[in-house]
Design a protein around this ligand. Structure first.
Ligand SMILES: Cc1cc2nc3c(=O)[nH]c(=O)nc-3n(C[C@H](O)[C@H](O)[C@H](O)COP(=O)(O)OP(=O)(O)OC[C@H]3O[C@@H](n4cnc5c(N)ncnc54)[C@H](O)[C@@H]3O)c2cc1C
Ligand code: HEM
Length: 393
């Protein structure tokens, strides 16, 4: 709590808040302990969950991918992951509001939330054995209700469309496993630089994936995406290999909270791995429209030089924008000149703790995990580090 908040008379609820958080922490503990009992059987839990959901609300079957074997546990995994965040309402609430708006693209309506909740509790209860007590049941039910209500209310309050249609107007292979795709939506998607959107492509119906626009909102609404094909990836391989001019994409409501606060006094460190560059590039491009900006150090990492597909453009931007410093970081190319070597975590922490900076981290879940934990050890305050925290892959 800040000193300022302590002085604000309109917030007499500190005690209630503390009690609420203690209660939430207790709920999380009960949820974690019971989930640990069930997790070894997650295949069976998942099968039971979907079986029950589809019998309670048969219409929901249509919302899921045709071949459920591909990703049977995606929603269940997500639910369990998010339920455990119930003691972090400051992060959870805005995320759930965005997720609720985004869920409209699946065709989710408010009645479905009850069926999902019932199926979730029944599936866990069935496999939890003796660890399923009244208190445990109450904890799951309360946590789920908080989440479902937040999502459903945000969805109901949103007057925008459930998704935006857009046409592929450019597809370019940047390398064997990378493509740049530009999509022109019928109506501009109301995103901010640094956010991401869920995308469905015609080659993979009902398999929505998050992608981050690499440009800030433009006048005609065109969005640029950088996609790397991952091994065995259903959607990324289809986009890189088979997206075509004229393809119709669908895009959900924007999500994410990464941004640069220009009104803050703090300078910024950006850390980008691979296509994690996209949202940071969008923010940088937006900043170039202003005269004065905080100083930005961008650490841009990959295995070899070829991975740094945007390096030349970024270095050019740095020449005309003195507030921008670009530091290439190569993991597997020790002889390359003009770059730092090692992982992004190595390179960033070599320069100290960056205590006075805002830090934005974007990349694969593993890169984010490693970088954030190394920075914490180096002394960077947790509240200065920003990343989109609810990724599940
Ligand atoms: C907030 C956010 C923003 C994103 N922005 C972008 C973006 O701008 N450009 C982009 O190319 N991707 C981006 N992604 C990743 C993207 O959403 C997909 O997860 C990725 O393209 C893989 O989807 P797929 O269907 O090909 O793979 P799946 O069929 O879903 O998975 C196949 C296999 O690949 C593994 N896998 C999944 N994702 C990754 C990954 N990122 N790295 C390594 N292995 C993985 C899975 O664990 C699985 O084993 C973003 C993800 C998030 C959460
Ligand atoms: C509190 C309630 C809920 C939470 C926290 C939640 C969360 C999530 C998350 C995080 C994802 C994964 C997105 C991704 O990684 O691509 C997801 C996917 C999905 N959710 Fe929800 N969800 C909730 C309720 C619902 C409800 C009520 C429905 C309606 C049946 C629903 C239908 C779906 C579908 C169809 C998918 C995609 C499934 C897939 O790709 O396998 N969700 N959900």
């Amino acid at each position: 709590m800040t000193a300022n908040a302590a002085l604000q008379p309109e917030q007499p609820n500190d005690e209630q808040n503390r009690a609420h958080l203690a209660n939430a922490a207790n709920m999380v503990q009960l949820i974690r302990e019971s989930w640990a009992e069930v997790e070894p059987y997650s295949e069976e839990v998942s099968r039971f969950f979907y079986g029950m959901l589809f019998s309670l609300a048969p219409a929901t079957r249509e919302l899921f991918p045709v071949n459920m074997e591909v990703q049977r546990s995606r929603l269940l995994r997500a639910l369990v992951h998010v339920v455990q965040m119930v003691d972090r309402p400051d992060e959870l609430t805005p995320f759930l509001q965005q997720l609720g708006r985004d869920h409209r693209k699946f065709g989710v309506v408010s009645e479905h939330y009850e069926a999902v909740g019932t199926a979730l509790l029944a599936a866990i209860k069935k496999h939890a054995g003796d660890s399923w007590t009244e208190a445990v049941e109450r904890a799951w039910a309360e946590a789920y209700t908080i989440m479902a209500t937040t999502m459903a209310n945000a969805a109901a309050a949103d007057e925008g469309p459930a998704w935006y249609n857009g046409e592929v107007v450019h597809h370019e292979r940047l390398s064997w496993d990378m493509a740049l795709v530009r999509v022109r939506p019928e109506y501009p998607v109301p995103y901010q630089a640094g956010q991401y959107v869920s995308v469905e492509v015609p080659q993979r119906p009902r398999l929505w994936r998050y992608l981050s626009p690499a440009n800030p909102p433009s006048e005609d609404g065109t969005m640029e995406f950088h996609i790397r094909s991952v091994e065995g990836g259903w959607v990324s391989r289809a986009i890189v290999g088979h997206a075509q001019l004229g393809d119709q994409w669908r895009m959900g409501a924007p999500m994410g909270r990464m941004h640069v606060d220009r009104s803050s006094e703090r300078d910024v460190v950006m850390i980008a791995g691979g296509t994690g560059l996209a949202p940071l590039r969008a923010i940088i491009e937006e900043l170039t429209q202003y005269g004065g900006n905080p100083e930005v150090h961008l650490f841009y990492g990959g295995r070899t030089r070829d991975d740094l597909y945007e390096l030349r453009n970024l270095q050019q931007a740095a020449m005309s924008n003195p507030w921008l410093k670009v530091i290439p970081v190569l993991e597997d190319d020790p002889s390359a000149q003009g770059a730092e070597h090692g992982t992004l975590a190595d390179a960033v922490t070599r320069h100290g703790a960056w205590e006075e900076h805002d830090v934005l981290v974007s990349g694969s879940p593993e890169m984010i995990r490693t970088t954030v934990s190394r920075m914490l050890v180096a002394g960077t305050p947790l509240e200065r580090i920003h990343y989109d925290p609810f990724t599940l892959d």
